[in-house]
Design a protein around this ligand. Sequence first.
Ligand code: UDP
Length: 460
Amino acid sequence: MGVVPTVLVLPCPAQGHVNPLMILSQKLVEKGCNIIFVTPEFIHNKVVSSMGNQAGGDNGRSPIKLVSIPDGLGPDADRNNIILLFDSILKNMPAMLERLIEDLRLKDGVRVSCIVADFLMAWALEIARKIGIRGVLFYPSAAAMLALQCSIPKLIEDGIIDSDGLPTTKKRFQLSPSIPPMDTEIIWWAKISDSITEKMVFNISLQSMKTLESTEWCLCNSTPDLEPGALSFVPKLLPIGPLLRTYDHDQGVTERSLGQFWEEDFSCLNWLDQQPHGSVIYVAFGSTTLFDEKQFKELALGLELTNRPFLWVVRKDSDCSNKVCFPNEFKGNQGKIIEWAPQEKVLSHPAIACFISHCGWNSTLEGLSNGVPFLCWPYYADQFFDKKYICDEWKVGLGFDLDENGMISREEIKVKVDKLLSDENIRVKAREIKKKLMKDVDLGGRSSENLNKFINWLKE
Ligand code: UDP
């Protein structure tokens, strides 16, 4: 018997970071590793409660051990405040993590052999180095975004950003001939909320870049079929994507996905079964996007105007989840509204025609892997660049145009849905990309081989 590595996995505390690292953890388990999946308490509690009674026993599905450590904030602190949260994480979690590893060794006889840390939690690799275990980074967004980060010194030198990482003027630039041109609008760390938060995120990512220099591997959720230019620009990246969930079919379609912050509403799958093939507009904006009331109402009326069935995720925590926000004229007869979808299962359902998406990287990969065309509605951070990839590079979707008030009107929604669904070229392209991605992750495919390479290294 070979060595059974115990890997400590540390995501950044956000749904779009937890999901890919949970999928990676499940893949590592399938290949004979033990996983300690560490999140701050507030995330841990969400994950465990979304599992309902499946979370019983040893965290439901051993051998992934879900472990929480405090983030240092009080129970009522506003954890949506990124500055507050990250400041506290950086002050408190390193010592907690070190103690956890020590306790695992002394109390449970478990020796962690490697830490896999999200790029924004790169500080954890300092601990790995200190206690003499291995560490690798995981980059959760498009590789092009890391290529952009690697170019920070040059961007400063060329006067595109200032030393705080903020764009000086609106400019177009190109990192390499094989990476699509960018402009200052897509500098992700400058598209978050306010300049203080953006400077802080910029500084954290600068720190992570230093860590990157001294690590052997940086895993990423991508593949050369999607991003050949960006992946050759950052040779340290090991593409193992798209990371997709595998389900245990014996447990049926309602098997819950580990790592979700909200309970998935499986009733939508029965509803989808009753819709004609290729008819339903799936509408979901990820885990953090918030709508202003006016735009939310316009979206509701736009969906109605399409006269097509739609499945719309309106999260409990989005300001518009209560009925008051739906406009009076909105009947919603053709649609189904749910609070959280089993998204990968939805996207793979034959009834789905297209995906109105905020273009988060995970949603992008999930749509691509299922051959679903996109209507892009980016909100912040890297979503604007993902939209560029979808519309201009891979040509599997369309964007929306804003009206004179900076809104996406109901008419625009109808026009773009009709245009997308009558575009055969987009459908063909979407199917082609799906085929390539499935080949990448299948046995012997590039991403699957890269994952094996990583696992062999873990077992050395
Ligand atoms: N997701 C889900 N159900 C939903 C909406 C989203 O399971 O109703 C999942 C989705 O499959 C993806 C993640 O939440 O894995 C969102 O990540 P993404 O990068 O797309 O967006 P973010 O939430 O980071 O903005």
